[in-house]
Design a protein around this ligand. Structure first.
Ligand code: NDP
Length: 294
């Protein structure tokens, strides 16, 4: 069998179109547009790229973005003040603090200082706590996990009653995506670095979410025939044929797995574009919440 491709790029484009239309309608109705503040500390090239991509995506759907490019040596108190000022700014509906922060910054305190009403990354402990409880809807769900579920939904994959296996238990991907699958009534297994007989556990999965950050770790013979695979991993592997000297691969050996699975996301072009689309969606939802419109 050759699996059907779950085209994250195309699905994200559709979602961005939906968001742009909704922003336009809201602007006509209220005279206002949603706003996202992106806080970047230091000069990390990858973080600069992510923030640039997020601002560009905002502009394309009509969301205003506010950039805060701060020096590497900013103090904890100064950064806290930036977050507090953004909390108080009525034109800002989402606050994004690009991670990782420099070592001298206590990121737990910074993320915890973001108003839960503006926590569009969904990393505030209250939002994560609500996500982990039954019938306690968080105001925001973290973007990459939310994007994984959206990919399943928009590809017509039934989640309820399915055996779902999540590889990875990080706060930003593995754990929240597992909670979302549980809320959707999947039967859930969460794997991590100490899991024994990993291939056997993975072979149980009707739905497999891979988020370990290990290039092509999941082989074709780990995959249950007909499984649906969402590959979150983004790993650079050396490739002399590429201009940059590397290429990006997922946590799943795509060529092998696609012969066994029924649906699979590619890397790149699968989960990645969904993460930004969900950030835009969360920002729009934050604005609607602030304006009291549905
Ligand atoms: P972390 O490094 O924070 O977590 C990795 C998880 O995988 C941990 O729970 C770890 O277990 C587990 N793990 C590591 N090695 C193994 C192994 N050999 N067998 C089983 N489990 C293992 O990574 P993230 O969750 O932040 O990211 C995961 C991947 O997703 C990365 O490739 C990252 O680049 C990508 N990513 C992609 C995004 C996108 O938008 N497409 C967004 C965010 C991340 P333990 O807890 O025991 O250490």
């Amino acid at each position: 069998m050759t699996a059907e491709l779950i085209d994250g790029k195309a699905i994200a484009k559709t979602i961005r179109g939906e968001i742009a239309a909704e922003v336009e309608t809201l602007k006509a109705k209220t005279g206002k547009v949603p706003g996202l503040a992106a806080v970047l500390v230091g000069q990390r090239k990858d973080s600069q790229t992510y923030v640039r991509m997020k601002k560009k995506a905002c502009a394309e759907v009509g969301i205003t973005s506010f950039g805060h490019d701060l020096p590497e040596d900013i103090s904890q108190a100064e950064l806290l003040k930036v977050v507090q000022d953004l909390n108080a700014n009525p034109d800002v509906h989402g606050i994004l603090v690009q991670l990782p922060l420099p070592d001298h910054i206590d990121d737990e305190e910074i993320l915890g200082a973001i108003s839960i009403e503006k926590d569009v990354d969904g990393f505030h402990p209250i939002n994560i706590g609500r996500l982990s409880m039954k019938r306690r809807d968080p105001l925001f769900v973290p973007c990459t996990p939310k994007g994984c579920i959206e990919l399943l939904d928009r590809s017509g994959v039934e989640i309820e009653g399915k055996q779902a296996v999540v590889l990875g238990r990080s706060n930003i991907v593995g754990l929240p995506v597992a909670m979302l699958l549980l809320h959707r009534n999947a039967t859930l297994t969460i794997c991590h670095s100490r899991t024994k007989n990993l291939p056997d556990v993975v072979r149980q999965a009707d739905i497999l979410i891979a988020a370990v950050g290990r290039a092509e770790m999941v082989r074709g013979d780990w995959v249950k025939p007909g499984a649906v695979i969402i590959d979150v991993g983004v790993n650079a592997v050396d490739d002399a044929t590429k201009k940059k000297g590397y290429r990006l691969v997922g946590d799943v050996a795509f060529e092998e797995a696609k012969e066994v699975a029924s649906k699979i996301t590619p890397v790149p072009g699968g989960v990645g574009p969904m993460t930004i689309a969900m950030l835009l969606r969360n920002t729009l939802d934050g604005a609607k919440h602030a304006w009291g419109v549905e």
